[in-house]
Design a protein around this ligand. Structure first.
Ligand code: PEP
Ligand code: MN
Length: 362
Protein backbone atom coordinates (compact mmCIF):
# COMPACT_ATOMS: atom_id res chain seq x y z
CA UNK A 1 0.00 0.00 0.00
CA UNK A 2 2.93 2.35 0.66
CA UNK A 3 3.73 2.54 -3.05
CA UNK A 4 0.52 4.54 -3.50
CA UNK A 5 1.60 7.00 -0.84
CA UNK A 6 4.30 9.46 -1.64
CA UNK A 7 5.65 10.24 1.81
CA UNK A 8 9.03 11.91 2.24
CA UNK A 9 11.53 10.61 4.73
CA UNK A 10 12.14 13.01 7.59
CA UNK A 11 15.63 13.73 6.30
CA UNK A 12 14.04 15.16 3.15
CA UNK A 13 11.66 17.51 4.94
CA UNK A 14 14.14 20.35 4.63
CA UNK A 15 13.88 21.22 8.30
CA UNK A 16 17.01 22.77 9.77
CA UNK A 17 15.52 21.71 13.03
CA UNK A 18 15.88 18.07 12.11
CA UNK A 19 17.81 16.49 14.88
CA UNK A 20 17.96 12.85 15.65
CA UNK A 21 15.69 12.17 17.33
CA UNK A 22 13.43 15.07 16.36
CA UNK A 23 12.30 16.84 19.51
CA UNK A 24 9.15 18.94 19.70
CA UNK A 25 8.47 20.49 23.07
CA UNK A 26 6.32 23.13 24.66
CA UNK A 27 3.22 23.63 26.73
CA UNK A 28 0.10 21.56 26.33
CA UNK A 29 -1.74 24.88 25.95
CA UNK A 30 -0.67 28.41 25.26
CA UNK A 31 -1.95 30.27 28.33
CA UNK A 32 -0.37 33.72 28.28
CA UNK A 33 2.14 35.49 26.09
CA UNK A 34 4.73 35.37 28.88
CA UNK A 35 4.24 31.65 29.42
CA UNK A 36 4.72 30.90 25.69
CA UNK A 37 7.77 33.12 25.32
CA UNK A 38 9.31 32.00 28.58
CA UNK A 39 8.89 28.35 27.53
CA UNK A 40 10.44 29.05 24.14
CA UNK A 41 13.46 30.93 25.50
CA UNK A 42 14.26 28.20 28.02
CA UNK A 43 13.76 25.40 25.50
CA UNK A 44 15.96 27.20 23.00
CA UNK A 45 18.68 27.44 25.64
CA UNK A 46 18.57 23.67 25.92
CA UNK A 47 18.89 23.27 22.17
CA UNK A 48 15.25 22.49 21.35
CA UNK A 49 14.33 23.75 17.92
CA UNK A 50 10.63 23.11 17.56
CA UNK A 51 8.05 24.66 19.88
CA UNK A 52 4.59 23.21 20.39
CA UNK A 53 1.57 24.84 22.02
CA UNK A 54 -2.13 24.07 21.75
CA UNK A 55 -4.26 27.08 20.89
CA UNK A 56 -7.55 25.29 20.28
CA UNK A 57 -7.90 22.47 22.77
CA UNK A 58 -10.32 19.66 22.05
CA UNK A 59 -11.39 18.52 25.49
CA UNK A 60 -13.20 15.32 26.21
CA UNK A 61 -15.59 17.06 28.61
CA UNK A 62 -16.91 20.65 28.39
CA UNK A 63 -16.12 23.22 31.08
CA UNK A 64 -12.42 22.56 31.03
CA UNK A 65 -9.97 25.00 29.50
CA UNK A 66 -10.58 24.97 25.75
CA UNK A 67 -7.62 27.04 24.63
CA UNK A 68 -7.00 30.75 24.23
CA UNK A 69 -7.89 30.70 20.52
CA UNK A 70 -6.35 32.78 17.75
CA UNK A 71 -4.64 35.29 20.06
CA UNK A 72 -2.26 32.45 20.98
CA UNK A 73 -0.97 32.46 17.40
CA UNK A 74 0.36 35.97 17.99
CA UNK A 75 2.28 34.65 20.99
CA UNK A 76 3.69 31.77 18.96
CA UNK A 77 4.75 34.24 16.28
CA UNK A 78 6.43 36.36 18.92
CA UNK A 79 8.21 33.28 20.32
CA UNK A 80 9.43 32.41 16.83
CA UNK A 81 10.70 35.93 16.32
CA UNK A 82 12.44 35.97 19.67
CA UNK A 83 14.10 32.54 19.45
CA UNK A 84 14.12 31.46 15.80
CA UNK A 85 12.40 28.22 16.78
CA UNK A 86 9.94 26.56 14.44
CA UNK A 87 6.40 26.70 15.76
CA UNK A 88 3.70 24.05 15.70
CA UNK A 89 0.11 23.82 16.79
CA UNK A 90 -2.93 21.58 16.54
CA UNK A 91 -5.58 22.18 13.90
CA UNK A 92 -8.99 20.58 14.05
CA UNK A 93 -10.93 22.33 11.30
CA UNK A 94 -10.58 24.48 8.20
CA UNK A 95 -10.69 27.75 10.13
CA UNK A 96 -7.79 26.61 12.30
CA UNK A 97 -5.82 25.64 9.20
CA UNK A 98 -6.26 29.06 7.56
CA UNK A 99 -5.43 30.96 10.72
CA UNK A 100 -2.36 28.84 11.47
CA UNK A 101 -1.08 29.21 7.92
CA UNK A 102 -1.66 32.96 8.03
CA UNK A 103 0.36 33.16 11.25
CA UNK A 104 3.29 31.28 9.68
CA UNK A 105 2.98 28.13 11.77
CA UNK A 106 5.69 25.76 10.48
CA UNK A 107 4.30 22.37 11.44
CA UNK A 108 0.66 21.42 11.98
CA UNK A 109 -0.56 18.49 13.98
CA UNK A 110 -3.91 16.81 14.01
CA UNK A 111 -5.24 15.70 17.38
CA UNK A 112 -6.39 12.23 18.32
CA UNK A 113 -10.07 13.20 18.45
CA UNK A 114 -9.90 14.74 14.98
CA UNK A 115 -8.08 11.79 13.40
CA UNK A 116 -11.01 9.65 14.49
CA UNK A 117 -13.32 11.75 12.28
CA UNK A 118 -12.86 11.20 8.52
CA UNK A 119 -15.15 14.16 7.65
CA UNK A 120 -12.97 16.57 9.61
CA UNK A 121 -9.79 15.06 8.16
CA UNK A 122 -11.10 15.34 4.61
CA UNK A 123 -11.96 19.02 5.13
CA UNK A 124 -8.49 19.70 6.54
CA UNK A 125 -6.89 17.79 3.64
CA UNK A 126 -8.93 19.82 1.12
CA UNK A 127 -7.85 23.06 2.81
CA UNK A 128 -4.20 22.02 2.57
CA UNK A 129 -4.32 20.99 -1.11
CA UNK A 130 -1.34 22.26 -3.07
CA UNK A 131 0.70 23.14 0.01
CA UNK A 132 3.62 21.24 1.37
CA UNK A 133 3.59 22.09 5.04
CA UNK A 134 4.55 19.26 7.39
CA UNK A 135 1.53 17.69 9.07
CA UNK A 136 1.77 15.23 11.93
CA UNK A 137 -1.20 12.95 12.44
CA UNK A 138 -1.86 11.71 15.95
CA UNK A 139 -3.29 8.24 16.25
CA UNK A 140 -7.06 8.16 16.73
CA UNK A 141 -8.21 7.82 20.35
CA UNK A 142 -9.36 4.26 19.70
CA UNK A 143 -6.88 1.55 18.73
CA UNK A 144 -7.85 1.50 15.07
CA UNK A 145 -4.91 1.33 12.70
CA UNK A 146 -7.14 1.65 9.61
CA UNK A 147 -8.53 4.95 10.83
CA UNK A 148 -5.01 6.26 11.41
CA UNK A 149 -3.87 5.14 7.96
CA UNK A 150 -7.07 6.57 6.43
CA UNK A 151 -6.22 10.04 7.77
CA UNK A 152 -2.67 9.77 6.40
CA UNK A 153 -4.04 8.67 3.01
CA UNK A 154 -6.47 11.59 2.85
CA UNK A 155 -3.60 14.05 3.43
CA UNK A 156 -1.41 12.22 0.96
CA UNK A 157 -4.18 12.27 -1.64
CA UNK A 158 -4.30 16.06 -1.22
CA UNK A 159 -0.68 16.14 -2.42
CA UNK A 160 1.07 16.56 0.92
CA UNK A 161 4.31 14.60 1.25
CA UNK A 162 5.70 15.74 4.60
CA UNK A 163 3.34 13.63 6.63
CA UNK A 164 4.36 12.16 9.95
CA UNK A 165 2.56 10.16 12.61
CA UNK A 166 2.39 10.82 16.33
CA UNK A 167 1.83 7.90 18.65
CA UNK A 168 0.00 9.20 21.73
CA UNK A 169 -1.51 5.96 23.01
CA UNK A 170 -5.06 4.67 22.94
CA UNK A 171 -7.92 5.06 25.35
CA UNK A 172 -9.35 1.90 26.83
CA UNK A 173 -12.21 1.34 29.19
CA UNK A 174 -9.97 -0.74 31.40
CA UNK A 175 -7.99 1.14 34.04
CA UNK A 176 -4.23 1.14 33.54
CA UNK A 177 -1.14 2.90 34.84
CA UNK A 178 -1.13 4.85 31.57
CA UNK A 179 -3.51 7.62 30.62
CA UNK A 180 -3.59 6.12 27.13
CA UNK A 181 -2.15 2.63 26.75
CA UNK A 182 0.76 2.53 24.32
CA UNK A 183 -0.10 -0.67 22.42
CA UNK A 184 3.29 -0.38 20.73
CA UNK A 185 2.38 -3.00 18.17
CA UNK A 186 0.04 -0.50 16.45
CA UNK A 187 2.64 2.17 15.55
CA UNK A 188 5.04 -0.64 14.63
CA UNK A 189 2.42 -2.07 12.29
CA UNK A 190 1.96 1.43 10.82
CA UNK A 191 5.70 1.62 10.16
CA UNK A 192 5.60 -1.79 8.53
CA UNK A 193 2.80 -0.67 6.23
CA UNK A 194 4.25 2.78 5.45
CA UNK A 195 8.02 2.36 5.97
CA UNK A 196 8.96 5.94 5.09
CA UNK A 197 6.61 7.63 7.51
CA UNK A 198 8.37 9.32 10.42
CA UNK A 199 6.82 8.33 13.75
CA UNK A 200 7.08 10.60 16.74
CA UNK A 201 6.16 9.36 20.20
CA UNK A 202 4.18 11.56 22.57
CA UNK A 203 5.02 10.04 25.96
CA UNK A 204 3.23 12.92 27.74
CA UNK A 205 -0.23 11.87 26.59
CA UNK A 206 0.55 8.16 26.83
CA UNK A 207 1.77 8.40 30.41
CA UNK A 208 -0.43 11.17 31.76
CA UNK A 209 2.09 11.45 34.60
CA UNK A 210 5.54 12.97 34.40
CA UNK A 211 7.07 9.99 36.25
CA UNK A 212 6.41 7.76 33.25
CA UNK A 213 8.03 10.05 30.66
CA UNK A 214 11.54 8.72 30.83
CA UNK A 215 10.80 5.02 30.38
CA UNK A 216 8.27 5.70 27.64
CA UNK A 217 10.72 7.95 25.78
CA UNK A 218 13.48 5.35 26.04
CA UNK A 219 11.13 2.68 24.83
CA UNK A 220 10.22 4.78 21.78
CA UNK A 221 13.90 5.31 21.00
CA UNK A 222 14.59 1.60 21.43
CA UNK A 223 11.85 0.90 18.91
CA UNK A 224 13.48 3.27 16.38
CA UNK A 225 10.90 6.04 16.59
CA UNK A 226 12.01 9.19 14.79
CA UNK A 227 11.33 11.66 17.54
CA UNK A 228 9.50 12.74 20.66
CA UNK A 229 6.84 15.34 21.35
CA UNK A 230 6.92 16.25 25.03
CA UNK A 231 4.80 18.73 26.96
CA UNK A 232 6.87 21.30 28.82
CA UNK A 233 5.68 24.18 30.98
CA UNK A 234 7.57 26.78 33.02
CA UNK A 235 5.45 25.89 36.06
CA UNK A 236 3.91 22.47 35.33
CA UNK A 237 1.80 22.13 38.45
CA UNK A 238 0.06 25.40 37.65
CA UNK A 239 -0.66 24.47 34.01
CA UNK A 240 -4.21 25.12 32.83
CA UNK A 241 -4.37 21.72 31.13
CA UNK A 242 -2.59 18.38 31.59
CA UNK A 243 -0.62 19.66 34.59
CA UNK A 244 0.42 16.23 35.89
CA UNK A 245 2.19 15.20 32.72
CA UNK A 246 4.16 18.37 32.03
CA UNK A 247 7.76 19.00 33.06
CA UNK A 248 9.96 22.09 33.23
CA UNK A 249 12.41 22.81 30.40
CA UNK A 250 15.27 21.83 32.74
CA UNK A 251 13.58 18.52 33.54
CA UNK A 252 13.12 17.86 29.82
CA UNK A 253 16.79 18.56 29.27
CA UNK A 254 17.73 16.13 32.03
CA UNK A 255 15.48 13.48 30.51
CA UNK A 256 16.93 13.95 27.04
CA UNK A 257 20.52 13.87 28.19
CA UNK A 258 19.85 10.57 29.97
CA UNK A 259 18.26 8.92 26.94
CA UNK A 260 20.36 6.17 25.49
CA UNK A 261 20.33 6.69 21.75
CA UNK A 262 20.61 3.50 19.79
CA UNK A 263 21.64 2.77 16.27
CA UNK A 264 18.70 2.37 13.94
CA UNK A 265 17.48 -1.17 14.22
CA UNK A 266 16.24 -3.20 11.33
CA UNK A 267 12.50 -3.51 11.09
CA UNK A 268 10.87 -6.45 12.74
CA UNK A 269 11.94 -5.25 16.16
CA UNK A 270 11.40 -7.68 18.98
CA UNK A 271 8.84 -6.45 21.47
CA UNK A 272 10.21 -8.68 24.17
CA UNK A 273 12.39 -6.05 25.73
CA UNK A 274 12.48 -5.90 29.48
CA UNK A 275 10.28 -2.84 29.42
CA UNK A 276 7.68 -4.47 27.26
CA UNK A 277 7.61 -7.52 29.48
CA UNK A 278 7.19 -5.20 32.46
CA UNK A 279 4.36 -3.47 30.67
CA UNK A 280 2.67 -6.85 30.21
CA UNK A 281 3.22 -7.68 33.90
CA UNK A 282 1.69 -4.35 34.92
CA UNK A 283 -1.33 -5.15 32.80
CA UNK A 284 -1.69 -8.58 34.41
CA UNK A 285 -1.44 -7.01 37.86
CA UNK A 286 -4.07 -4.44 36.94
CA UNK A 287 -6.34 -7.26 35.83
CA UNK A 288 -5.74 -9.30 38.99
CA UNK A 289 -6.61 -6.30 41.15
CA UNK A 290 -9.71 -5.54 39.14
CA UNK A 291 -10.87 -9.14 39.36
CA UNK A 292 -10.29 -9.14 43.12
CA UNK A 293 -12.35 -5.96 43.35
CA UNK A 294 -15.17 -7.62 41.39
CA UNK A 295 -14.93 -10.72 43.53
CA UNK A 296 -15.22 -8.68 46.72
CA UNK A 297 -18.28 -6.88 45.36
CA UNK A 298 -19.93 -10.25 44.88
CA UNK A 299 -18.80 -11.36 48.33
CA UNK A 300 -20.55 -8.30 49.77
CA UNK A 301 -23.80 -9.16 47.93
CA UNK A 302 -23.57 -12.71 49.26
CA UNK A 303 -22.97 -11.33 52.77
CA UNK A 304 -26.13 -9.25 52.51
CA UNK A 305 -28.08 -12.24 51.24
CA UNK A 306 -26.85 -14.42 54.10
CA UNK A 307 -27.74 -11.74 56.60
CA UNK A 308 -31.27 -11.30 55.26
CA UNK A 309 -31.77 -15.06 55.24
CA UNK A 310 -30.16 -15.57 58.63
CA UNK A 311 -27.51 -17.93 57.24
CA UNK A 312 -24.04 -18.47 58.72
CA UNK A 313 -21.05 -16.86 57.07
CA UNK A 314 -19.00 -20.00 56.78
CA UNK A 315 -20.57 -22.52 54.42
CA UNK A 316 -17.93 -25.23 54.74
CA UNK A 317 -19.08 -27.41 51.81
CA UNK A 318 -19.11 -24.55 49.43
CA UNK A 319 -15.61 -23.51 50.46
CA UNK A 320 -14.24 -27.07 50.19
CA UNK A 321 -15.51 -27.33 46.66
CA UNK A 322 -13.95 -23.97 45.69
CA UNK A 323 -10.56 -25.05 47.04
CA UNK A 324 -10.78 -28.43 45.26
CA UNK A 325 -11.74 -26.83 41.98
CA UNK A 326 -8.92 -24.28 42.05
CA UNK A 327 -6.33 -26.92 42.93
CA UNK A 328 -7.58 -29.16 40.12
CA UNK A 329 -7.30 -26.26 37.70
CA UNK A 330 -3.80 -25.43 38.91
CA UNK A 331 -2.78 -29.06 38.37
CA UNK A 332 -4.03 -28.98 34.80
CA UNK A 333 -1.82 -26.03 33.94
CA UNK A 334 1.66 -25.17 35.04
CA UNK A 335 0.78 -23.60 38.39
CA UNK A 336 1.97 -24.85 41.75
CA UNK A 337 -1.15 -26.09 43.67
CA UNK A 338 0.35 -25.01 47.02
CA UNK A 339 0.79 -21.51 45.73
CA UNK A 340 -2.80 -21.39 44.45
CA UNK A 341 -4.13 -22.84 47.66
CA UNK A 342 -2.29 -20.15 49.71
CA UNK A 343 -3.68 -17.37 47.54
CA UNK A 344 -7.23 -18.67 47.82
CA UNK A 345 -6.95 -19.09 51.58
CA UNK A 346 -5.98 -15.43 51.83
CA UNK A 347 -8.85 -14.43 49.57
CA UNK A 348 -11.23 -16.53 51.65
CA UNK A 349 -10.06 -14.92 54.88
CA UNK A 350 -10.68 -11.48 53.44
CA UNK A 351 -14.13 -12.55 52.21
CA UNK A 352 -15.05 -13.82 55.68
CA UNK A 353 -13.78 -10.59 57.17
CA UNK A 354 -15.94 -8.52 54.79
CA UNK A 355 -19.02 -10.64 55.48
CA UNK A 356 -18.48 -10.44 59.22
CA UNK A 357 -18.60 -6.66 58.98
CA UNK A 358 -21.85 -6.88 57.01
CA UNK A 359 -23.42 -9.35 59.44
CA UNK A 360 -22.67 -7.08 62.38
CA UNK A 361 -23.74 -3.84 60.75
CA UNK A 362 -27.11 -2.30 61.54
C1 PEP B 1 -2.25 17.75 22.80
O1 PEP B 1 -1.28 17.41 22.12
O2 PEP B 1 -2.23 18.65 23.63
C2 PEP B 1 -3.50 16.97 22.68
C3 PEP B 1 -4.69 17.51 22.86
O3 PEP B 1 -3.26 15.69 22.44
P1 PEP B 1 -4.21 14.48 21.93
O4 PEP B 1 -4.85 14.94 20.67
O5 PEP B 1 -3.18 13.43 21.74
O6 PEP B 1 -5.15 14.18 23.05
MN1 MN C 1 -1.99 18.01 26.45
Amino acid sequence: MDNQLNISKLSNWGLDACTEPLIIAGPCSAETEDQVIDSAIKLKEFGIKILRAGIWKPRTRPNSFEGVGSIGLEWLKAAKKETGMLISTEVANVKHVYEALKAGVDILWIGARTTANPFAIQEIADALKGLNIPVLVKNPVNPDLELWIGAIERLSNAGLTKIGAIHRGFSTFEKSIYRNTPQWQIPIELKTMIPDIPIICDPSHIGGKRELLKDLSQKAIDLSFDGLMIEVHPNPDAAWSDSQQQVTPAELNKLLTRLILRKVKPLGISLDTLEDLRFKIDKCDDEIIRQLERRMEIVISIGKYKKENKMTILQANRWDSIVKKTIEKANQIDLNPDFISKIFKTIHQESIHKQTIIMNSE
